[in-house]
Design a protein around this ligand. Structure first.
Ligand code: FAD
Length: 389
């Protein structure tokens, strides 16, 4: 990690699509000088959350990954990239080139632990994770973290530091905040609980009985990959799957879901699930899976026992592993001292700006939580900062 300055005008936390997009607009036209700007990211390398996704998630099987603004100048585009390559590799490669070209000088791996109010400025307390073993940094998922905390030797302590900033762009995404609903008996399960953020490869489940929980594209992708690998495979969803009679995401459905996100963010409510608003398009691969009976979701089970899940009617399915493809929540723990969260469960945000504190912007939050939304957020937020600086 190069030396992190003590004081800047603008600090961007998170170098995923949203953070890079804001940084591009601020830095491309040198609206904010080098010495007034800093970008911190917890991950070991470029790519935002994409670098942690499983290798079998190809660019062609992900939803559309939108380009960052200014990528064209580098002669790269996800549109023309090889769709058979793992999405994690292509995104990490392109984001890395983007950071270099626009000299964004992201400090990593640096974990922001706490942001507090320091009068006119905000104080950012961080840990420099560079002395930590690479394994430790790879996945920071919920189960991963818990497993490591209890079973592995404690990693060496990370040096701490602090810096002051006038404006904060929080672009920390959701990957570090996996959501797992509670079901009775969870703690008694002797198999493995695995969240989407911990999934590495279907091979890890060879010849096991697997229960996949969730009604979105991640759950469906896991079912397709585990077929023929796992010895028993059960799919459950809390809601019936809203299949769309089309192969691609319906733009109208998607824009209605984005509007619902926007309404919730503006009202400070907890954000609704995206997939419940868009429905699930039937690609050819998915349609074939439905046709052969693989993709038929059971309702949610009632409880979990040591080696199985059990429904209220007494039926059961054996389980060596339960994969929770149950989504993520915005990662905002480090902002807790600022008390931005409303009683209604969310942070009040309009056009990327935090309503209760004009120095703070949440890029990639709510309606901006897609690669297209995150890209648009850049211009919207950079403009507001430039108007104040
Ligand atoms: P991220 O890419 O998550 O970047 C956040 C960055 O902040 C990370 O690099 C992280 O290391 C850093 N960070 C977090 N907390 C801290 C901290 N405390 N201190 C320092 N750094 C921190 N969208 C699409 O448009 N198309 C898709 O195909 C698609 N597929 C998806 C598949 C999955 C499984 C998931 C979970 C999401 C998918 N999305 C997709 C949505 C996706 O999250 C967004 O599109 C977009 O990539 C998010 O960008 P971001 O910059 O907001 O967050």
């Amino acid at each position: 990690v190069d030396t992190i300055p003590d004081r800047v005008k603008v600090a961007v936390i998170g170098a995923g699509q949203a953070g890079l997009s804001v940084a591009y607009y601020l830095r491309r036209f040198e609206l904010v000088a080098d010495e007034d700007f800093v970008m911190l990211d917890r991950a070991p390398g470029p790519g935002g959350a994409w670098q942690h996704r499983w290798s079998s998630l190809r660019l062609g099987t992900a939803h559309k990954v939108n380009d960052l603004p200014g990528m064209g100048e580098l002669g790269i585009s996800f549109e023309t990239a090889d769709r058979t390559l793992p999405a994690k590799e292509v995104v990490a490669d392109y984001y890395g080139r983007f950071e270099e070209h626009y000299r964004l000088n992201v400090h990593r791996p640096v974990d922001v632990r706490r942001i507090t109010n320091d009068g006119v400025d905000l104080r950012i307390e961080y840990e420099d994770l560079s002395p930590q073993p690479a394994e430790e940094l790879k996945s920071r998922g919920f189960f991963g973290r818990r497993r490591k905390t209890f079973e592995a030797a404690a990693p060496p302590p990370a040096p701490r530091g602090e810096l002051h900033t006038q404006y904060l762009v929080n672009a920390t995404g959701t990957w570090g905040s996996p959501f797992v609903p509670y079901y009775p008996g969870m703690g008694d399960f002797r198999g493995r609980h695995v969240h989407t953020s911990d999934f590495a490869s279907a091979e890890d489940f060879r010849d096991e009985n697997v229960v996949v929980v969730g009604g979105g594209t991640s759950a469906i992708g896991f079912m397709l990959e585990l077929e023929g690998v796992a010895s028993g495979l059960t799919w459950v969803s809390r809601r019936p799957i809203d299949w769309l009679d089309r192969q691609e995401l319906d733009l109208e459905g998607a824009s209605a879901a984005v509007s619902r996100q926007d309404e919730a963010a503006r009202a400070g409510r907890a954000l609704p699930s995206v997939v419940s608003g868009t429905g699930v398009p039937k690609s050819r691969r998915i349609a074939a899976g439905i046709e052969r009976g693989l993709l038929s979701a059971k309702p949610m089970f009632d409880r979990i026992e040591a080696d199985r899940v059990v429904w209220s009617d007494g039926s059961e399915a054996k389980a060596d592993a339960i994969i929770w493809a149950t989504g993520f929540r915005p990662e905002l723990r480090h902002l807790a001292p600022l008390k931005l969260r409303e009683k209604a469960g969310g942070v009040t945000v309009g056009q990327g700006a935090a309503w209760h504190d004009p120095r703070i912007f949440l890029a990639g939050y709510g309606p901006q939580a897609s690669t297209i939304g995150a890209s648009r957020a850049g211009r919207m937020i950079a403009r507001q900062i430039m108007a104040m600086i």
